[in-house]
Ligand binder design. Structure first.
Ligand code: CMP
Length: 162
């Protein structure tokens, strides 16, 4: 089943020079880039994208982290792309992410929280990827208009069952 997912390479992925390595993994997995943007996320778009986390204790520090510097936002498509990409990204918590996953191989962050901190340090986990089909549709609509999304064939589509 062909699916599209919304991916964000967060500021730490760019500042630590992991862009090529991460996108290379997605290309090797047979995923296709349908759209891509680079820039600093506005607070307004951040709030739309992360609306479900607004009441979480980490929301403020997440906003500061994700809007602090440029991000790369893109749409990847492929066979069962949503679950595939989440597996490739690894556990949200870098300390729990398995070796071989993006977070398990590159994030490694040990976070120290002081109880009662007004703004605990952010969990720097390099990447965001849509969790479900509904979330992917909603996130794609937040970041891209239909005329910014390209559908095209790849030389190896047949190899990937497309
Ligand atoms: P992401 O996949 O972008 O989706 C929500 C983000 O919230 C997540 O990655 C983390 O960056 C952040 N997040 C989730 N859980 C926690 C947590 N327990 N503490 C701090 N940040 C978190």
């Amino acid at each position: 089943m062909y699916q599209k997912s919304l991916i964000i390479l967060k500021p730490d992925a760019i500042q630590r020079r992991f862009v090529g390595k991460i996108i290379g993994r997605f290309e090797n997995a047979g995923l296709k880039i349908h759209a891509m943007k680079f820039g600093i996320m506005s607070t307004k778009k951040f709030r739309q994208h992360y609306a479900e986390h607004i009441d979480k204790p980490f929301y403020k520090s997440l906003e500061k982290y994700v809007t602090s510097n440029s991000v790369i936002i893109f749409i990847l498509g492929g066979c069962y792309a949503i679950d595939k990409i989440r597996l490739m990204a690894g556990d949200t918590m870098p300390g729990k992410a398995l070796p071989g996953t993006i977070r398990g191989d590159f994030a490694h962050q040990q976070r120290t929280e002081t109880p009662g901190d007004e703004m605990p340090p952010p969990l720097m986990n390099l990447i965001h990827a849509s969790a479900t089909i509904e979330e992917a549709e909603n996130e794609i609509n937040i970041w891209f208009s239909p005329n910014e999304i390209s559908d095209y064939s790849m030389a190896d589509d047949a190899f990937h069952g497309l």
